[in-house]
Design a protein. Structure first.
Length: 254
């Protein structure tokens, strides 16, 4: 297997239940973090169902993953298929979760974020909806690979709000895309080539809202995976723990 991983989740210090869900399948090379949308009915069901549906969807079309696992090269067509696979998995999960909500009044309106990484060979395909993030640690530098689908981030891109104002805005948790909110959702996808020693962090907003401390993320990336995940959750709780917290660290070993 080309990866190592460690994930940890915690309810935090304010919420009564944990609506985050995550999965790590090193054999498949698939890593997922979902965060049930706050204020929506049964967010914990939306997140867990989405995780399970994405896994089943990817397993159903794993030819390119198997080729890469056995040392085969992934050409441009294979890379495009992997991107389409994750996009299709999330969009199908969206339809499924939305339909569940329509059929059951207790689940009406349930939805979730989804951030997904698929590692096939040295190629990482990243797909996301909502504001759960994916970070990369490469050659001593950290990069945020995802772009939050939030109302304040849209304002920042339009130049109508500064990043500093966004951090304290009462709108900062309003997301503009979610799995299950409607029948269809637009999914962002990007790909990159990994080098041995590269690390990824998939996390819910209950963690990344506390990652502004200088060099904090760098320190986490430079420790072992289990310590990093538990220290990240501990840091979020010490600083307020206002939401559920999930940290899933993945290392590409080559």
């Amino acid at each position: 297997m080309a990866t190592r991983h460690y994930g940890y989740t915690d309810v935090g210090r304010v919420r009564s239940r944990n609506e985050d869900a995550f999965l790590a399948d090193a054999q498949l090379g698939l890593f997922i973090v979902c965060d049930g949308v706050g204020g929506r009915a049964r967010g914990e069901i939306a997140s867990q169902e989405t995780v399970e549906f994405i896994v089943d969807f990817v397993k159903g079309d794993a030819t390119d993953i198997e080729i890469a696992r056995h040392g085969g090269e992934l050409d441009q067509a294979a890379r495009q298929r992997l991107s389409a696979l994750l996009r299709g998995a999330i969009q199908s999960a969206c339809y499924m979760v939305h339909t569940m909500g329509e059929m059951d009044p207790d689940r009406r309106g349930m939805s979730t974020t989804a951030s997904v990484v698929l590692v096939a060979g040295q190629v990482a395909t990243v797909a996301w909806v909502g504001d759960s993030r994916v970070y990369l640690w490469h050659a001593g530098e950290q990069v945020q690979l995802t772009d939050d689908h939030t109302l304040v981030n849209a304002h920042i891109r339009q130049g109508t709000m500064t990043p500093e104002a966004a951090k304290v805005s009462h709108l900062k948790h309003v997301i503009t895309r979610a799995v299950g909110h409607r029948e269809f959702v637009e999914v962002d996808v990007r790909q990159l080539d990994l080098a041995p020693g590269d690390k990824l962090l998939l996390c819910s907003d209950g963690l990344h809202e506390y990652l502004d401390e200088p060099d904090l993320l760098a320190r986490l990336f430079q420790t072992d995976l289990a310590t990093a995940a538990r220290d990240a959750v501990r840091h979020a709780n010490i600083n307020g723990g206002r939401d559920n917290i999930t940290a899933l660290f993945v290392e590409y070993t080559g």
